[in-house]
Design a protein around this ligand. Structure first.
Ligand code: HEM
Length: 496
């Protein structure tokens, strides 16, 4: 009896898997994407996944040079997917949120990390949160950004004096602590960081069964050993969020005002989405900013000179925003080292996409528009377009803050919500926290670059970039197992 039941279940599962495979094969054979130019799939199962993970190596730029701006790539199980670097097409895709959304497998995988937060829900809900990140709120929060930056400065200063005037500082972990601290987690950065680390490592390591679950929802109820670990990490984050919310309410009740509660307004939004969307992104951007400044010592010196011209150690948002070279450095960091390097969308219905430039398909026919079918997935290459030589000029790959000094916009080509670049994406689903990050980065750079000189502590050839969750972090090529890190030599800055 038991055997017959097991056989029936196995038979049903096998039939389901066969049905899914046939569906994929049929979709591939009839896909409008099959005549698009593009590189051959490197692996029957992984498709171009491996190359896309190593995107910092410049593979995308080579594809665009060779195949044009509308490219067919292969995703898991060698299914076709679109890589679009055509700016008119991207305007259309990012504006048409009723047609193009995050795919269900992406939302499932992202949801495993961030929970059912704003990043994964579709619909109008997210726009209602926007007021929490308007200029008046960020102005109030600037005091916290500066205060926490000063605390980090003092820790590094102590380390430097203990080490005889120059210290080797691993900045990735310190910046991560500082940005956690800024969102109100002063007491528990270690506990929270540990929960993050475990969750990221668990959910981003390749697991065949997890990949199957992403694409075949029927398998999702099957418990995996990693589920328990992820559940524990989520529970830790939720508990900390709840405790912070309780603190916030208590503050407000005790003072009868929002004065102290203001700092904690943020905590009302403290769910894993905000831990990850707001903290990982900004701390990574800061690590790349300091890295870039070690590779352009002229820019570092010029920035310091500007910062030292400010009299106060505690600038307001307006003070920070009035420093032109600081603004250039932040813009150039976010352009050349966009922390989120790409995103993707799925078409909910058939569509005809307009193009800036017609392309020739593999049959030799010139196509003025692009035909998309319901279910097609599209890669939006954020970093590659931020460093596109046709848009930014031949020095697009280099970190040159001066390019932002021109009064006229460099380019209006990209569908963006800030800074002419795709870093925070554009359209209705663009980043809601960009003002927060900009001022936070400015406060950290203001305090740290005013006080210290930075130099890379290892040869540049030892610095690698790898995807960690939604961002690209630095690591040491010679010591990949030691985690994400960026060691810098830090010494007190000579006061002018
Ligand atoms: C340098 C820092 C940041 C970068 C590079 C960044 C980048 C992005 C990008 C590219 C998206 C679009 C993702 C997609 O739809 O595929 C996004 C969405 C989002 N970001 Fe940010 N972000 C940053 C900081 C922040 C901060 C500080 C917060 C919150 C405090 C935040 C909250 C969000 C949320 C909630 C969304 C989802 C919006 C939606 O789907 O409607 N981000 N961000």
């Amino acid at each position: 009896m038991l055997l017959r039941l097991a056989t029936s279940i196995a038979g049903a599962l096998a039939a389901y898997v066969l049905y899914r495979i046939l569906k994929i094969v049929h979709a591939e054979l009839t896909s409008p994407l099959r005549y698009l130019p593009g590189p051959k799939s490197k692996h029957w199962f992984f498709g171009h996944d491996k190359e896309l993970r190593a995107r910092a190596s410049g593979v995308e730029e080579r594809w665009v040079e060779r195949y044009g701006r509308v490219i067919r790539l292969h995703q898991l199980l060698s299914r076709s997917q679109l890589y679009i670097a055509d700016t008119k097409a991207l305007h259309h895709i990012l504006a048409s949120t009723h047609i193009y959304q995050k795919s269900e497998p992406v939302r499932f995988s992202l949801g495993r990390i961030v929970g059912e937060g704003l990043l994964v829900v579709e619909g109008d809900v997210h726009r209602q949160q926007n007021p929490a990140f308007g200029a008046p709120q960020i102005r109030e929060l600037t005091g916290i950004f500066v205060e926490k930056s000063i605390q980090l400065r003092d820790i590094w200063a102590t380390q430097i004096s203990g080490d005889g005037g120059i210290a080797r500082v691993e900045i990735v972990s310190w910046l991560s602590k500082a940005t956690l601290d800024i969102i109100g987690l002063a007491d528990r950065p270690d506990e929270l960081s540990a929960a993050f680390d475990v969750l990221f490592r668990t959910e981003t390591q390749f697991s065949l069964m997890r990949a199957i679950q992403a694409f075949c929802p029927i398998f999702r109820p099957i418990p995996l050993p990693i589920d328990k670990i992820s559940r524990q990490s989520h529970a830790t984050m939720r508990r900390i969020g709840r405790e912070l919310l309780a603190d916030s309410k208590r503050d407000i009740a005790e003072t009868g005002t929002f004065e102290t509660g203001q700092a904690r307004d943020l905590l009302n939004l403290l769910v894993p989405t905000f831990f990850i969307a707001g903290h990982e992104t900004t701390s990574t951007a800061m690590a790349w900013a300091l890295f870039a400044l070690t590779q352009n010592m002229g820019a570092q010196a010029r920035l310091r000179e500007e910062l030292l011209s400010v009299e106060t150690d505690s600038p307001s948002m307006e003070d920070l925003n009035s420093l032109p070279y600081l603004d250039c450095v932040v813009r150039e960091t976010l352009r050349a080292n966009a922390p989120v390097t790409n995103t993707s969308r799925i078409a909910l219905c058939d569509d005809i996409v307009p193009l800036s430039t017609p392309f020739t398909d593999t049959r030799g026919t010139v196509q003025e528009t692009l035909r998309i079918r319901k279910g097609d997935t599209i890669i939006v290459p954020i970093l590659a377009l931020n460093r596109d030589k046709e848009i930014w000029g031949p020095d697009a790959m280099e970190f040159i803050p001066e390019r932002w000094e021109s009064a006229t916009p460099i380019s209006n080509a990209l569908p963006t919500m800030w800074g002419q670049m795709l870093t925070f994406l554009g359209g209705p689903r663009g980043c809601i926290g960009y003002r927060f990050s900009l001022v936070e980065m400015k406060a950290l750079l203001f305090t740290l670059v005013r006080s210290f000189e930075f130099e890379l502590a290892v040869p540049i050839t030892d610095i690698g970039k790898r995807p960690v969750g939604v961002v690209q972090k630095p690591f040491l090529i010679g010591d990949p197992d030691a985690g994400n890190q960026l060691p810098l030599l830090v010494r007190p800055a000579a006061r002018l």
